[in-house]
Write a protein that binds this ligand. Structure first.
Ligand code: F0G
Length: 459
């Protein structure tokens, strides 16, 4: 088959869902009522929803057909075995524990492997991942390369682990204090940045020497594999499916939020190679999620997921998925908008510090910018800055991340190129009036994952 040259969508649209535009006066009211937090808006009041790529994908006709094949038996559902087969075939992990979504798998693996006083190194934190590590008594240690914290650096593999940082941690704390290295493909908080295969191999070599396992957050593994295919020497001729398998083979187990890469609206799993940990996880899942052959998912959801996994690693799909994100990013760069470079895979990250340099981080520039974008055009984005970073557990002070970002996350197979153009226009119009934008103050702060429910007022 001749290789496709463009990223044009490898599908046509069979069913549509109308979206509606609001008036400026309505949006002013809605965002105020939402405490200037885009998580607290109603989706009916949103025009283009870029809050997240999580659970927002459009399923294929085959996946919808799969729903009709749901076997809703409490135990031993046929769909579980199909899912187990898909996980083994595409990812290569031996044992599967289904969960309702990613954080449930993070909870189980953290409770099983982390002891109080342990250190968990990782390639930048993710909100739920770090919280579960902390709740299990561990301390997360960021060992990502420095380039990842610099929005201007064009280093192609900003998801890489800095081996010097990892070695130093092992030396200082001892391998017995490190239950595992936590590796995400791609790194969400860094801007959807990939880890290279060469780096992953080096991490594998180092951890093997010290007997430290690698737990893989494989939420966006196909996107990472695509970037390896495009950018890493020696991978041009390999398929995305082959690269995905190679990544998984270098790790010992994985947590998956299937709501992203795997093209379903709900679902996740823990996948393992160690039979003893699997046994414990399978025992624990019945306490928190459901029986080990459904773990919080309906049979039909497991079927849609089994099909989605196969679609997610197809070269045509992933080229169009990442191609659309690259298209948006290039247009924003042409318009002179400060974004994280290089362009990542699941969204575009506006650099709010550069966008609103007159606001200090205590005035929540990214939170402010996300609210302004909604006000301008009804586009909903998400804060990924000081609010998401939460507070330091010991000092109680805000964590001040170097990256203060607004994420324009692109759902898979949902929006068109014309929507991308509308997004560019709106971001450019907010950029034109950036000097007049005032910051926010936080007036309500929840204890956990505060970004979801915190409320703000205009300064
Ligand atoms: N790991 C990564 C890298 C994620 O991006 C997410 C979720 C999770 C784990 C947790 O999975 O939501 O299924 O429990 N990210 C969503 C987002 C919420 O918008 O980026 P979950």
């Amino acid at each position: 088959m001749k290789k496709r040259k463009t990223w044009a969508e490898p599908y046509k649209i069979k069913m549509v869902e109308p979206v509606f535009m609001t008036t400026k006066a309505q949006r002013k009211k809605y965002i105020k009522e939402a405490g200037y937090n885009t998580f607290l808006l109603r989706s009916k009041d949103v025009y283009i929803d870029l809050l997240t790529d999580s659970g927002t994908s459009a399923m294929s006709d085959r996946q919808w057909a799969g729903l009709m094949m749901g076997d809703e038996a409490y135990a031993g559902s046929r769909n579980f075995y199909e899912l187990e087969e898909a996980v083994r075939h595409y990812y290569g992990y031996k044992y599967l524990v289904p969960t309702h979504q990613g954080r449930a798998a993070e909870h189980i693996i953290s409770q099983l492997m982390i002891k109080k006083g342990d250190y968990v190194p990782g390639n930048m934190y993710f909100t739920t991942t770090r919280l579960h590590q902390e709740l299990a008594g561990g301390t997360f240690v960021d060992v990502i390369v420095d380039e990842a914290h610099d929005s201007e650096s064009t280093f192609p593999f900003k998801g890489n682990i800095d081996l010097k940082k990892l070695k130093a941690l092992i030396k200082k704390k001892g391998a017995d204090k490190i239950p595992y290295v936590s590796i995400a493909t791609t790194v969400n908080m860094a801007g959807g940045q990939p880890i290279s295969m060469a780096n992953l191999k080096a991490v594998r070599k180092l951890t093997k020497k010290h007997g430290i396992p690698i737990i893989h957050d494989m939420t966006r593994v196909a996107e990472n594999a695509f970037m390896i295919q495009q950018k890493e020497k020696g991978y041009k001729k390999k398929t995305v499916a082959q690269i995905v398998k190679e990544i998984c083979d270098l790790t010992d187990g994985a947590t998956m939020s299937a709501k992203k890469d795997a093209l379903v609206n709900i679902g996740g799993f823990l996948a393992l190679n160690d039979p003893e940990i699997f046994d414990k996880a399978r025992n624990m899942v019945v306490v928190y999620e459901g029986l080990h052959t459904y773990g919080g998912m309906a049979g039909r959801d497991m079927q849609a997921l089994a099909i989605g996994i196969g679609e997610s690693v197809s070269c045509d799909h992933i080229r169009a998925r990442v191609g659309q994100v690259q298209y948006l990013g290039e247009k924003l760069l042409e318009a002179g908008i400060p974004i994280v470079k290089p362009i990542g895979t699941h969204g575009i990250f506006l650099d709010a510090k550069a966008f609103l340099p007159h606001l200090s981080q205590d005035e929540f520039p990214a939170q402010t910018l996300a609210a302004e974008l909604y006000l301008d055009s009804g586009i909903r984005a998400m804060e990924r800055g000081v609010v998401s970073a939460g507070r330091n557990k010991k000092t109680g002070k805000h964590n001040y991340p170097k990256l203060e970002l607004v994420r324009l996350t692109i759902p898979r197979r949902v929006y068109t190129q014309a929507h991308m153009d509308v997004i560019v226009d709106s971001v450019a119009s907010v950029y034109a009036k950036r000097n007049k934008i005032k910051g926010l103050k936080m007036v309500y702060e929840p204890d956990y994952l505060r970004f979801f429910q915190a409320r703000f007022e205009k300064l």
